[in-house]
Design a protein around this ligand. Structure first.
Ligand SMILES: *Cc1c(COP(=O)(O)O)cnc(C)c1O
Length: 344
């Protein structure tokens, strides 16, 4: 179905980006070695660079964010331990229940507030007393951004302080934490302050083809390396992809502001269309409520115009480095064109 030479405007996710020429050149030129022996200079350089950038002792490169999150959960929690997590969180909802399935770690899911946070009172209330009836509550895991929303800095400060006071460790699923930092105008170090460990995706808005890094204390990362090996994430000449990840971290953080502006422009354009309800984007992800009966014909209409989107009653639209401002105008025009003729 797909013609590889056609330029699709793809709004399904920020994972769909193509590596640019400079990124491919960096991959081609990367010196490599066997990373299971810690011999790959490009992987080592990426891990050190990321650790320094976010203010941690050490870093661990892995094939996916699902894996870096799972490694973190396995290293923080043992069998019969528990972690506190949002109902909407990726680690709980979208990672196949890996912590429970593979780690015998009990998740304690907690309702997310409308702004994406977990209420401090809920965190406090769900921490179990030291009693043989209960799983041992070990970890608070938060996600930022979550559904495109940026958690407030003072909330993150308070939530991580509360967790630490109660003897819990803190982990951030920072798949899109760079979007949060750019939106807030803070440094990456400030954006992850308070978290013992963080997982950062390099293959989302940052535009690398593959890979995530887990950051934390040296001893934790050493433990993480064992889990990574067990999970099959010990890669050999991984410098080829680490070079792309390094390029992404070095060149593609500041430009996330363009994605945020494009999302705002797209949302504003769609909000003007009768029958659509559009949430105001904070970063590069927002949602549109679309009448159910319009979904299938709209999806086909957009596809004919070279636009891919996960159209449904609750549609998520995502901008990224392969969606330009002209593309945004084209998408708005295509939606307008469809809805001028559409009647329920
Ligand atoms: C994408 C994503 C991950 C990890 O996804 P992978 O596809 O496994 O790299 C983790 N958390 C969040 C919030 C994500 O969006």
């Amino acid at each position: 179905m797909s013609d590889p030479h056609q330029h699709w405007i793809d709004l399904r996710s920020d994972t769909v980006t193509q590596p640019c020429a400079a990124m491919r050149a960096a991959m081609a030129a990367a010196p490599v070695g066997d990373d299971v022996y810690a011999d790959d200079p490009t992987v080592n350089r990426l891990q050190d660079f990321a650790a320094e950038l976010f203010g941690y002792e050490a870093g661990l490169f892995a094939p996916s964010g699902t894996q870096t999150n799972l490694i973190a959960l396995l290293a923080h929690c043992g069998r019969g331990d528990e972690y506190l997590v949002g109902q909407e969180a990726h680690t709980y909802k979208y990672e196949g229940g890996g912590a429970a399935v593979l780690g015998s770690i009990q998740p304690q899911p907690i309702a997310n507030q409308p702004d994406g946070s977990i209420a401090l009172a809920d965190i406090a209330a769900y921490i179990k007393p030291d009693d043989m009836h209960f799983a041992r509550t070990r970890l608070l895991a938060l996600e930022n951004t979550i559904g495109g929303r940026v958690l407030p800095r003072d909330y993150l400060q308070a939530a991580t302080a509360l967790a630490h006071e109660r003897g819990l460790a803190t982990h951030l699923d920072g798949a899109r934490v760079c979007n949060a930092a750019v939106k807030d105008g803070t440094s990456l170090r400030e954006a992850v302050a308070g978290f013992d460990t963080v997982s950062v995706c390099l293959s989302k808005g940052l535009g690398a083809p593959v890979g995530s890094v887990l950051l934390g204390p040296k001893a934790f990362i050493e433990q993480g390396k064992r889990w990574r090996k067990m999970l099959g994430g010990g890669m050999r000449q991984a410098g080829v992809i680490a070079a792309a990840a390094h390029h992404a971290l070095e060149h593609n953080v500041e430009r996330l502001a363009d994605d945020h502006r494009n999302a705002a422009d797209l949302a504003a354009g769609l909000a003007g269309i009768d029958g659509l309800r559009v949430t105001a984007p904070q970063t590069n992800i927002f949602y549109v409520e679309i009448p159910g009966a319009a979904c299938a014909p709209l999806r086909e209409h957009l596809a004919r115009q070279g636009i891919r989107a996960s159209i449904g009653p609750h549609t998520r639209l995502v901008t990224h480095l392969d969606v330009g401002s002209a593309d945004v105008q084209k998408v708005i025009a295509a939606f307008k064109d469809f809805f001028k003729d559409w009647r329920a």
